[in-house]
Design a protein around this ligand. Structure first.
Ligand SMILES: *Cc1c(COP(=O)(O)O)cnc(C)c1O
Length: 440
């Protein structure tokens, strides 16, 4: 039977984006592969016993991560909520039903390093507070030593949360191994947020009690979170979700089936071949951009150890004074929009990530940069001596006194846009946008 397609089908075609930013949940996270889509599709018209399906998930998670058990939740954010709740209530359903009231639980403080208080769309400590726990920040933003962690642990500490992410402060903090040792000396379970990490074994191997992975990032599954860990904590986490405060975050059959399929695909994937293809696409773009006067392009490694090479794109200060943010904005305003990885605009560059590119995308990306070349050349650098003393974000006044260029220093530079203002204009701004042509 031929199924009549619905208007949303055309909307999708007309509104899709070229994603060179990586696995961003704000752009729909990742491309779900055919094998996974097929399993999800199969699940949609069937009934299943959800406890049995989650037990099957547990078996698969244990297989892939080396954990004792696991379950699937709605997202990593919800994984943080239910695993923190698990460390407060254990498998006592009465206590679990009380949350976020914590009057009867014996411990409700969660330690997190100050430099780990990240924002992945929302602020991570809100996930802790959501279930009634209290986040306690340890150390200073850029320095944490073992004694500070030891000092922070009290009889009220129910868990310690470690975040692996490029968003965290990358140096000066004690290592995960030490973190786990110090916590375990005092009987404190460690939860690791590894939402965006490829290595599905290392954190369990290091002794983490619970590890959280995103089903919709590198695993290329539908929206879901994978909770892996010690059986007692997983039982308690699953209880929150099926019958407690995690009910608001529960995963449906499509997410659970999709996440299991994603784990099974991951184990059979030719990762090296996939990464070679990604690198070829990136190389094509690098070679294209290197030919554009005024652009500086450099390859660099993913900071947390994922097998990804990205491009770092900035504007040559000897050629143009255009701020990189303007180029980023222009790329996002074309048809189709090209979205780059933009969280370092204040440092004067953006990144290009090859993970979610489709075939044909690299050519479109290079072509768009070529079309935008004029906006770079329209802002010529006046002094030919701009960088005579090496790259700097400053110049000299008439008396040779140094002065900073406030458009180009991170402490002065304001990010483009303001999320609160953007949300106030939703949905009108999107609905009023000119209807886009079909570009597929
Ligand atoms: C993406 C991300 C999250 C959020 O993951 P969701 O599954 O979208 O909730 C949490 N922590 C880190 C480190 C992330 O990168």
């Amino acid at each position: 039977m031929k199924i009549k397609s619905l208007p949303i089908h055309d909307w999708l075609k007309n509104n899709s984006i070229i994603n060179v930013s990586g696995t961003m949940t704000g752009l729909g996270a990742s491309m779900v592969s055919q094998e996974i889509t097929q399993c999800v599709s199969e699940s949609m018209s069937r009934f299943v016993d959800m406890d049995a399906l989650q037990a099957e998930a547990s078996r698969n998670i244990a297989d892939v991560t080396g954990s004792e058990a696991g379950c699937i939740t709605a997202s990593v954010a919800s994984g943080i909520c239910i695993s923190v709740a698990a460390t407060m209530t254990g498998t006592n359903l009465g206590l679990a039903e009380d949350l976020p009231e914590t009057g009867k639980v014996s411990k409700n403080e969660v330690l997190i390093l100050k430099g780990h208080v990240v924002n992945y769309g929302s602020i991570i400590t809100q996930q802790i507070r959501l279930v009634g726990a209290i986040p306690v920040e340890v150390g200073s933003v850029t320095v944490v030593e073992p004694y500070q962690l030891r000092h922070a642990i009290t009889e009220n500490t129910c868990a310690a949360l470690w975040v692996v992410s490029h968003h965290t402060v990358q140096s000066g903090l004690l290592g995960l191994q030490t973190f786990i040792e110090v916590c375990h000396e005092k009987g404190v379970p460690v939860i690791v947020d590894a939402a965006s990490e490829y290595d599905l074994k290392i954190f369990i191997n290091l002794g983490a009690d619970v590890v959280l992975y995103s089903g919709h990032k590198f695993l290329s599954g539908p929206t879901s979170g994978i909770v892996a860990g010690k059986t007692v904590l997983i039982k308690a986490a699953y209880m929150q979700q099926s019958s407690g405060i995690g009910r608001a975050m529960k995963a449906g059959k499509e997410s659970v089936v999709g996440a299991i399929a994603a784990l099974q695909r991951w184990q059979n994937l030719d990762h090296r071949k996939l990464h070679e293809e990604e690198y070829q696409r990136l190389t094509y773009i690098r070679k294209g951009l290197e030919k554009i006067t005024g652009l500086c392009v450099e390859e660099f490694a993913d900071p947390t150890g994922n097998p990804i090479t990205r491009l770092n794109v900035s504007i040559d200060p000897n050629v143009s004074v255009l701020h990189i943010g303007k180029l980023c904005e222009a790329l996002s305003q074309g048809i189709p929009p090209i979205i780059v990885r933009n969280h370092c605009l204040d440092l004067g560059y953006f990144e290009i990530d090859p993970c979610n590119m489709k075939s044909g995308d690299p050519e479109k990306v290079v072509r768009r940069f070529q079309e935008l070349h004029n906006i770079i050349l329209d802002c010529p650098t006046e002094s030919s001596e701009a960088n005579r003393l090496g790259p700097r974000r400053s110049s000299y006044d008439a008396n040779n006194i140094p002065q900073v260029n406030s458009d180009n220093v991170p402490w002065a530079f304001r990010k483009f846009g303001d999320r609160e203002e953007e949300l106030k204009e939703w949905p009108e701004r999107h609905l009023n946008q000119q209807k886009k042509e079909n570009h597929e």
